[in-house]
Design a binder for this molecule. Structure first.
Ligand SMILES: *Cc1c(COP(=O)(O)O)cnc(C)c1O
Length: 244
């Protein structure tokens, strides 16, 4: 089946990959160390499949309902992506996504961790998670406080079906990406602190940070995962649906 509108997608995707490559080289890293998560919220399955046919393998959704609605249509096609859950997750939605997600980026409370551990145990899975940090202490954002992240990380160690892989943040919405550099540096410092504090730290090596507006700066400061929607798919329509 021919995919729709592949032209603009191919162009945007190639240009994002090339900017990722440039930023990686500027910081003496290999582009292969950086995972591009294409954020597909509001993007229909046929467009997601078109992107997968271009070689993308990691996609991110921020709502459980939306992930579920697209999952079957995307999985039915040739390319099986890794699904990243990147939005605020309610405990009563964990069961629905735990078997589908390769990684949950948005772990932000102990009760949520307990629920993920329980639901993952029930299906014999070890769930990779990132702690979401509210790095700029913004009142309207989810995430643990930067100063609480190491203690929180330590508590996760007791959960056998949850594997801490690192940290995630949604940096402030700024006019100039340089304004977020200090927050990306702070994220890296917190990751280093956590690695020092925990004995079993061999898997704790992910920093999910950087979006369309600021991913080059994030990579320069050590991002290993960038989450990009607008830069690939274009501007989203304003969403009025309530959060799930
Ligand atoms: C929407 C979203 C993104 C992508 O944002 P863009 O600015 O469109 O690249 C990244 N992370 C999260 C958590 C999001 O909700």
């Amino acid at each position: 089946m021919p995919h729709p509108e592949t032209g603009y997608l191919a162009e945007n995707y190639a240009s994002v990959l090339s900017r990722i490559g440039e930023a990686a080289r500027r910081s003496n890293r290999s582009p292969s160390e950086i995972t591009l998560v294409a954020v597909t919220k509001t993007v229909p399955p046929d467009i997601i499949n078109a992107l997968l046919s271009l070689g993308a393998r990691d996609i991110g959704e921020n709502k459980a309902q939306e992930l579920l609605a697209k999952y079957a249509a995307v999985e039915a096609e040739e390319f099986r992506p890794n699904w990243h859950f990147i939005g605020h997750l309610q405990r009563n939605k964990v069961r629905q996504i735990v078997d589908k997600a390769a990684m949950i980026h948005s772990l932000d409370s102990l009760p949520l961790a307990v629920e993920i551990d329980l639901r993952a145990a029930a299906i014999n899975k070890v769930m990779d998670v990132l702690i979401e940090v509210n790095v700029a202490a913004e009142p309207n954002k989810y995430g643990v406080r930067p100063e609480d992240a190491p203690d929180f990380a330590e508590k996760l160690g007791e959960m056998g079906h949850l594997r801490l892989r690192g940290l995630m943040c949604v940096a402030p919405d700024v006019e100039f990406p340089e304004e977020n550099r200090l927050y990306f540096q702070k994220m890296r410092e917190i990751l280093v602190d956590i690695r020092k504090k925990l004995v079993h730290n061999e898997f704790i090596n992910c920093l999910s940070m950087g979006m369309t507006g600021d991913y080059a700066v994030a990579i320069e400061e050590g991002a290993t995962v960038v989450r990009i929607g607008t830069g690939i798919f274009g501007k989203r329509k304003i969403q009025t649906a309530p959060e799930n």
